[in-house]
Design a protein around this ligand. Structure first.
Ligand SMILES: CC(=O)N[C@H]1[C@@H](OP(=O)(O)OP(=O)(O)OC[C@H]2O[C@@H](n3ccc(=O)[nH]c3=O)[C@H](O)[C@@H]2O)O[C@H](CO)[C@@H](O)[C@@H]1O
Ligand SMILES: C=C(OP(=O)(O)O)C(=O)O
Length: 417
């Protein structure tokens, strides 16, 4: 298996164009199954999770074609309702196909999804909602056998937690349901808004996406459309953290600055300065970062849990003590043990991590245990003295397109061997 070798420290400079959002692309690909004819998605990142989604769509009988960052999906020939366990295990987003398959085929058969191991990641909210919408779901030895003999029906669903995936599954299932669905305490992440934008372009009637209450009036059918995926706010946040820890000035472009707004005040607190324009921002980092008092992960518009690890890596070289509180996932500190190998000083107590900034990190062999934990190791490695050797790249390849090429183009000494 290949590994990343980073020789640090090195400043970054220039401009990085941010790729399309993984967490938008995947639900959009699932939603395209509902359409009567071809959908074209632009700005799809080249990632292993996108490959997995393409495999699932092919398995279901769709004709799919990828050309660079454009993906064409023709679902008119879809005739299967099962997803094999091996594909379900590849990523969390495989579960988002459930609402789409059962809505289109009247039945679906799949198993529990994979994805980053961040502690328990149940799908009870997805299943509860779909059951309320008239879907019969039998759980048998890890297999979910689902059918909707009378079709999927609109209803009122109050989510006990604003789950991103559950909100997406309900929106997709509800788009062609009989009647109106009202989701209260819905997730408000930008990816929810992007999904609604795509479905509405296909003829759906979704109102309020991005707010806590989303109303979906079921329509008879959806046509295809052309859609551009929104930029990846977590990839952008990762590059900002990388610029900050290396004391760099960097322009991050092809972004929606508003989507990164929850991360900016944390970087400003550390002493970074921002020049923000319509679709880009320039970060200027100080020689030595200050500490950040506390970072609490929260559903959007709070600080994103997906940015916690890269931003924590950034604070390992801060002057002072930074505190992190992870409220979304039970076990999202797997990067801490690896950051300690690089010389960081971090203590974890349950959901709280306390980072005592050190004046120097030194390169060492480390292993990524999950996607954003891997990104944290890259951020730290860019500022560490000597060689940081990172294994476990399959996680990074799920979420960052050509990461080492992008960083090398900005001045980092980084190679994949
Ligand atoms: C592919 C994708 O878009 N992944 C993102 C999505 O994951 P995902 O959609 O899995 O995240 P959720 O918002 O559903 O999960 C948030 C919390 O709700 C809990 N929960 C969720 C569903 C459920 O049925 N029952 C339940 O208890 C989870 O265990 C977790 O503690 O949102 C997360 C939170 O922003 C991000 O970290 C992931 O990058
Ligand atoms: C946790 C993540 O992804 P997934 O939900 O696909 O595991 C992530 O993108 O950080």
């Amino acid at each position: 298996m290949s590994e990343l070798f980073i020789q640090g420290p090195n400043k970054l400079s220039g401009e990085i164009c941010i790729h399309g959002a993984k967490n938008s692309t995947l639900p959009l690909m699932a939603a395209s199954l509902l359409c009567d004819n071809e959908c074209i998605l632009h700005n799809c990142p080249v990632l292993s999770d996108v490959d997995t989604s393409l495999k699932i769509l092919r398995y279901l009988g769709c004709r799919v074609q990828r050309s660079g960052n454009d993906v064409a999906i023709d679902p008119s020939s879809a005739d299967q309702c099962k997803i094999p366990d091996s594909l379900m295990r590849e990523m969390r987003s495989s579960i988002i196909f459930l609402g789409a398959i059962v809505s289109r085929m009247g039945k679906a058969e799949l198993s529990f999804p994979g994805g980053c191991e961040l502690g328990p990641r149940p799908i009870d909210l997805h299943l509860l909602a779909l059951r309320k919408m008239g879907v019969i779901i039998e759980e048998d030895h890890g297999c979910l056998k689902c059918s909707a003999p009378d079709g999927v029906k609109g209803t009122c669903i109050n989510l006990s937690f604003p789950s991103v995936g559950a909100t997406e599954n309900i929106m997709i299932a509800a788009s062609c349901a009989k009647g109106t669905t009202i989701i209260t305490n819905a997730a408000r992440e930008p990816e929810i808004w992007d999904l609604a934008d795509f479905l509405n372009s296909c003829g759906a009637k979704i109102y309020g996406a991005g707010e806590s209450t989303v109303v979906i009036e079921g329509v008879k059918s959806l046509s295809g459309c052309e859609h551009r995926v929104i930029p990846d706010r977590i990839a952008a946040s990762t590059f900002l953290a990388a610029a900050a820890i290396t004391g760099s000035t960097l322009t991050v472009s092809q972004i929606i600055p508003e989507h990164i707004a929850p991360v900016i005040p944390i970087l400003e607190e550390c002493g970074c300065h921002f020049d923000i324009s319509k679709s880009s921002m320039k970060i200027t980092a100080p020689k030595r970062l200050g500490r950040v008092k506390s970072v609490r992960t929260m559903p959007y518009p709070g600080f994103p849990t997906d940015a916690q690890a890269p931003v924590m890596a950034m604070t390992t070289l801060s002057d002072g003590t930074s505190v992190f509180i992870e409220t979304i996932f039970e076990s999202r500190y797997k990067h801490v043990g690896e950051l300690l190998r690089l010389g960081a000083n971090i203590k974890v107590e349950g959901r709280v991590a306390i980072v005592e900034g050190v004046s120097r990190l030194s390169g060492a062999p480390v292993e990524a245990a999950d996607l954003r934990g891997g990104a944290a190791l890259v951020v730290a490695g860019l500022a560490a003295q000597g060689v940081t050797q990172i294994s476990g790249l399959k996680h990074l390849d799920r979420g960052y397109e050509s990461l080492e090429k992008s960083l090398a183009s900005l001045g980092a000494d980084i190679k994949r061997i």
